[in-house]
Design a protein. Structure first.
Length: 95
């Protein structure tokens, strides 16, 4: 959800593919110092540079300006709805 919530003033949308060998919650929310999310305009040039440097990469999807997060086999999530629930959770818990 970092991808979805990282630009709250101007949320972008994305279509994300989840690797078949992973579970959704483990893949989306797992923490690992070796994983980074990179957004770039030229995925092919990025892939070529990573391969030349012997860095393993995985293309997980594309971004767009829809304001929605789309995951395979799941409903589409409105970034604004996500932000509303995320920002309201702690305040509601403390009330």
């Amino acid at each position: 959800m970092l991808m979805a919530g990282s630009r709250p003033a101007n949320p972008v949308g994305a279509s994300v593919n989840i690797p078949a060998a992973e579970t959704l919650h483990g893949w989306a929310f797992g923490e690992d110092q070796g994983r980074y999310l990179v957004a770039c305009r030229d995925a092919e040039a990025f892939s070529t540079a990573a391969n030349a440097a012997e860095i393993a990469i995985q293309h997980i999807g594309t971004s767009d300006d829809s304001g929605r997060l789309t995951l395979p086999g799941s409903s589409t999530i409105s970034i604004e709805d996500y932000r509303h629930h995320h920002e309201g959770f702690l305040a509601g818990l403390m009330a």
